[in-house]
Design a protein around this ligand. Structure first.
Ligand SMILES: Cc1cc2cn([C@H]3C[C@H](O)[C@@H](CO)O3)c(=O)nc2[nH]1
Length: 224
């Protein structure tokens, strides 16, 4: 592979609501040796120097949203910066969904005070301008909020037990604004949209449809 590939591999972020099937998607691509897969560093969020920041955030969002999202931004930066040998890097979410979806939501809900949002945003602006966090492709696992919520209940992650449907519905709308309507902030890369409502039994075909794009096999630009 050329030197340039080693500096900046073809970087794909899979984005989507909570419960949109990102882990299933990542597992499908784990089998390709040309792809380095980076799941969300949720275990770091559950144990930052012994503190489960994810649990603290859900239990007392007003008090811990800034703390949690500040750490999320750091851990996502580290994922963007990780050097790999493979030509393709596939990440679960990105520093962009951290800022544009989750910080956005907490700001709108008044769970993160404006001064805290300002500090997170200053860091976000500095980091995305001074580091190579560029994405070459976003894969949007698009679900209905109902399907996403159903999966959250089935998965039954302990920290998510108190998450109300309204939160998932609002996060869905924010993802739609960002990735479909493109009215929320600028979108940093071409977006391919998958129908992630499909059941696990048939969704592999949906993945296969886009494998050439995700594995960067077509050198031609994305067809509209
Ligand atoms: C980038 C990013 C991921 C992310 C996940 N989360 C929450 C949603 C899920 O309940 C859990 C795992 O994705 O963490 C969050 O609040 N803020 C986030 N920011």
């Amino acid at each position: 592979s050329s030197k340039s590939e080693l500096c900046h591999p073809f970087t794909v972020a899979v984005e989507g609501n909570v419960g949109s099937g990102k882990t299933t998607f990542l597992n499908h691509f784990n089998k390709y040796e040309n792809v380095a897969v980076f799941a969300e560093p949720i275990e770091l969020w559950r144990d930052c120097d012994g503190y489960n920041l994810l649990d603290l955030m859900y239990k007392d969002p007003k008090k811990y949203s800034f703390t949690f999202q500040s750490y999320v931004q750091l851990t996502m930066l580290r994922q963007h910066q990780k050097k790999i040998q493979q030509p393709v890097k596939l990440m679960e979410r990105s520093i962009y969904s951290a800022r544009y979806c989750f910080v956005e939501k907490m700001s709108r809900d008044g769970l993160m005070a404006p001064p805290a949002v300002a500090v997170i945003d200053q860091w976000f602006q500095y980091v995305t301008k001074s580091q190579d966090t560029n994405l070459d492709l976003i894969v949007y696992l698009r679900t209905s909020p109902e399907v996403a919520y159903e999966r959250i209940l089935k998965r039954n992650r302990s920290e998510e037990r108190t998450v109300p449907f309204e939160y998932i519905k609002a996060l869905h709308e924010i993802h739609e604004d960002w990735l479909m309507k493109k009215t929320l902030h600028k979108c940093n890369a071409p977006v391919i949209v998958l129908n992630a409502n499909l059941d696990k039994s048939v969704i592999e075909e949906e993945y296969q449809k886009y494998e050439p794009h995700i594995l960067n096999l077509n050198k031609s630009p994305l067809r509209a």
